[in-house]
Write a protein that binds this ligand. Sequence first.
Ligand code: COA
Length: 165
Amino acid sequence: MADKLNIAIYPGSFDPLTNGHLDIISRASKLFDEVIVGISQSSSSKNYLFSDDERLKLAKKCTKKLINVKPIVFDGLLVDYAVKNNVNVIIRGLRAFSDFESEFQMALMNRKLNTDITTIFLMPHEKYTHISSSIVKEVFSLKGDISDYVSDEVLEALNQKYEKK
Ligand code: COA
């Protein structure tokens, strides 16, 4: 019998995907057979700039060179998606100590919900530890340069979004 594949999911809102996220995805793609980028579906409590479909298309464009990376949109409990899709690892990024508390809480809750799924933390490159999707959007909306922090595809999508506003 073939060995079990190690499939990891990297969940998040990715509104939009930044180079910091890409850094984590690329590190994970070297460690696992398959990496699913799990884009959380919009809900009434979260107000995203980009629709589910837009975030998915951007994630697909940005990861097209990474052949074992598959972006998808998921809803409901992350661990439920994981079980249905044979995922055994959840990847989360740790940018700074301040991420730790909420990540710790989420990892323990996910472990309580399903003991077979392990959360693994990866650190992005230092040059991305101070960014988030919101800060990138804010700087862009005020005409600041964010070209170090997002791909050309995301920059283009932000241009289109803010032109329409
Ligand atoms: N580079 C740049 N930014 C990063 C980053 C990195 N490496 N890692 C995290 N961030 C930023 C994100 O851009 C985001 O910024 P924003 O708040 O300005 O948009 C912020 O950090 C939060 O990160 P994210 O990874 O998107 O977390 P989230 O809190 O939005 O997502 C889910 C959390 C979707 C993973 C979680 O809510 C979930 O699993 N939901 C499904 C339902 C469920 O199972 N709930 C129970 C969980 S215990």
